[in-house]
Write a protein that binds this ligand. Sequence first.
Ligand SMILES: [Zn+2]
Length: 427
Amino acid sequence: MPGRVNCCRRICIPLVVAVFSASLVAETPSKQESESKSSRRPIVVSEDAKRIHDAGILIDGHNDLPWQLRKLARRKTGPVDLREHQESLQTDIPRLKKGGLDAQFWVVYIPASTPQDGAAMRGALEQFEVIEQMIDRYPDIFERAISSDDIIRIHKSGKIASMIGVEGGHMIENSLETLRTFYDRGARYMGLTHSDTLDWADSATDDAKSDGLSEFGKSVVLEMNRLGMLVDLAHVSHEAMRDALNTTKAPLIFSHSSAYAIAPHMRNVPDDVLRMVKKNNGVTMVNFYSGYVDPQGARIVSQMFEIERDLKVKFPNEDDFKAAWTKWKDEHPIPDGTVHTLVDHIDHIVKVAGIDHVGIGSDYDGVGQLPKQLEDVSCFPYITQELLNRGYNETDIHKIMGGNLLRVFKDVERVAAEMKSGKSDSK
Ligand SMILES: [Zn+2]
């Protein structure tokens, strides 16, 4: 989910996969040529890229299909058959197969505005159930994974290893007990915040309360370390990122965040934090949302919260507000970007933090606008091709596609085992 951005909270607009000229052939441009905007032509996936793509383990850090399934169920549109192409979604089984996805963190998401009087936690538990039911409904396609070994084993069996990530600490309602309940239910990461600042952690898209993390916020990080749950810094403020990195005993992740230096939105990761993630041995998994990867898009999206708030004050009548808000958005279209734009972020993170600290965190079915050739879950091979075009070798590509996340997951499990046995005081 992109956060406090109304344009992306709406139902995903069916995105039409661009059709490109069949006469285009795969090619390997020089570095300079690939960096030139004029050479940013549509990509054709070569046999070599397909082979490399299939030989690795592709792990995506963030997919919001469970939230879309909840919304569809509430509209009583009947059961969604994921074996069929689903025009209103960015994810279904035929496209997952085409995209070569091997492992997915499916996201437990409930809006940050949900009252923390039991409702947020209850909503979260309902979303665990949505994910469990989805996995159970397609046992030949999905299998539940709660460990790094599970991912490897399930991948070998040809199924999609299905992990659960929780998007936002508001759902634990200030309770470590609830955090432990989520872990027991199978959650293997939790984002500290979503769009709103909490009592104990500041969001990237809200006012600061703790200048990062409060003492309780730090205790949440340490409890997640002890449990063996990946701490996810997507959506938190830059200060909260630094506080968490200075607190944790295990590597951290950004499950769906891109590079601030390329696209200046506060949801993205600044260079000093990318360097901290390198030192921490963690991984930044790039988000595909156009408003976070396209530089101009990020500038527009950065203003949206403030503009929306101002318009709400100016137009107290809901219909007047909606008309003014729609007009502003129509006048400020967000450029889509392309797969080249996304790979710019990967390139930048590799340059600043190194090849071992970047991964994939699509945000499919959580966002309404995506770069060209990244419109749905079938598109992952275009990234592999573009990485090849830019000179990455097979080993590097496999690290980006999932190897780095797998390493982090194993480290997190190791640190948890050490903490539980009282052996670890290392950072
Ligand atoms: Zn999100």
